[in-house]
Write a protein that binds this ligand. Structure first.
Ligand code: COA
Length: 396
């Protein structure tokens, strides 16, 4: 492991040097190299294999990004068709497994259910499909099936010919009406899945790579990554962001700064703010804001018209949080991260907050699979050291 000179440098370090002091969070330590994604924390830029995520969210779908991450480049029409069909077949395979997964999915926490159910997916049972397609198709179906189960509804059969985002939305939706049925909803979810598909050496991806580095299997790596994503400091923040917006709307709509200041006085963190790498606003926040504006203009006369008001509130709360955090932590820029507008976007899509982290997993699983493959190709066993500070051993 090497320590880079800046967090924004994509260049691998060639000379190993032991850190002067142990790093409790591995801040700024490069654990190897990757061709998959560049996270430029100083410039606020996220790039998958040379493609800016802002452009991909506008012009590419989830299938395109899966192809980019798994096979090295954006697909042509035939390749896109093949990957769309593979993910569709994988969704159908996962759906057929649901009867034997019911116990695993029967938990009030979507991420606990997803962790259990995903562990029972067996790519070897579908040798005609690539393992990464099997597990990626399954994670989305399992998330949707969990929601259906909580509502006491059967899960309709996936449409193997459909695009992944549109089909997941249909599988998760309670009925044919509501926000999810609006024209922009599938496009909004597709933009979301594209944007969260990969993000450098984030905690869940690191977990997946550690597991892969031991020679373990893809499903084990994905299950471990789901466990890491579940935590509120990683993927568990968007639900609490909506809780915060609800509370501010109810009691502090005219003075969000006061709500933020009181939360900080209680020693709480402001969910959706701050990032380990970004020192500027997370570029993914802007992608989601743009998707909201594009797909649900404030004037939309539909079931989604509340999304415009929600977006306006979110922007006001973001500005208030930035101001208060800048006063309290002048040395540490704390700006909106991906989770802040994830909450607003996924709510506009028509998904409930208790599903948000599982939907994050449905997108990030593409990156986990790509990293597992890269780890197998280029990596070694990941096994860092730790400095012992316990009682001195007896002399021998
Ligand atoms: N609200 C209030 N204070 C925050 C904060 C937040 N959201 N994020 C960081 N800080 C403060 C910390 O309290 C710490 O202050 P201190 O030095 O006085 O103790 C300082 O900023 C540095 O925080 P640290 O925990 O070292 O940063 P990190 O790189 O480990 O944390 C996050 C990154 C994302 C875990 C952190 O910003 C956070 O907890 N954010 C809220 C949860 C969230 O949105 N998670 C989703 C991440 S995509």
């Amino acid at each position: 492991m090497t320590r880079p000179t800046t967090t924004s440098s994509p260049a691998p370090q060639t000379q190993a040097s032991a850190p002067a002091a142990p790093s409790s969070g591995l801040d700024g330590i490069e654990i190897g190299t990757t061709e998959l994604s560049l996270v430029d924390g100083a410039a606020g830029r996220l790039v998958y294999r040379g493609h800016d995520v802002e452009a991909l969210a506008r012009t590419a779908g989830f299938e395109d990004v899966c192809h980019l991450l798994w096979h090295g480049g954006l697909p042509d029409a035939a390749q896109r068709g093949q990957l769309t069909a593979a993910l569709g077949a994988a969704r159908l395979h996962a759906w057929k497994q649901l009867p034997r997964l019911e116990g695993a999915l029967d938990h009030p926490d979507a991420m606990v259910a997803l962790r259990s159910a995903a562990s029972r997916i067996a790519p070897d049972a579908v040798p005609e499909l690539a393992s990464e397609a099997v597990i990626t198709g399954a994670v989305g179906v399992l998330a949707a099936a969990w929601l259906r189960g909580r509502r006491g509804q059967p899960v309709p059969a996936p449409d193997p010919a459909a695009r992944h985002a549109a089909d997941l939305l249909r599988l998760a939706a309670a009925d044919g009406a509501g926000p999810h049925a609006a024209a922009g909803a599938a496009a909004g979810l597709d933009a979301y899945l594209v944007t969260v598909a990969d993000h450098g050496m984030n905690a869940s991806t690191f977990t997946a790579r550690v597991i892969a580095s031991t020679g373990s299997d893809l499903v084990s790596a994905v299950v471990g990554a789901i466990g890491a994503l579940k935590g509120p400091l990683h993927g568990g923040a968007p639900g609490p962001v909506l809780d915060m917006l609800d509370q501010i709307a109810a009691t502090h709509a005219a003075a969000p700064e006061a709500w933020i200041a009181a939360a900080l006085d209680r020693g709480e963190r402001i969910m959706g703010m701050g990032h380990r790498i970004y020192r500027v606003r997370d570029p993914r926040a802007a992608v989601f804001e743009a998707a909201l504006v594009q797909h649900w203009p404030a004037s939309a006369a539909s079931a989604l018209e509340g999304a415009g008001a929600r977006l306006a509130l979110a922007r006001a709360v973001e500005r208030a949080a930035e101001r208060v955090l800048a006063e309290r932590k002048p040395d540490r820029p704390l700006k909106a991260n991906v989770e802040f507008y994830t909450a607003v976007l996924l709510e506009a899509v028509g998904l409930p907050r208790e599903l948000f982290t599982a939907v994050f997993a449905a997108g990030r699983v593409a990156g986990w699979c790509a990293h597992v493959a890269e780890q197998r190709r280029t990596g070694r066993l990941i096994r860092p050291s730790v400095r012992y500070v316990g009682p001195a051993p007896a002399a021998r």
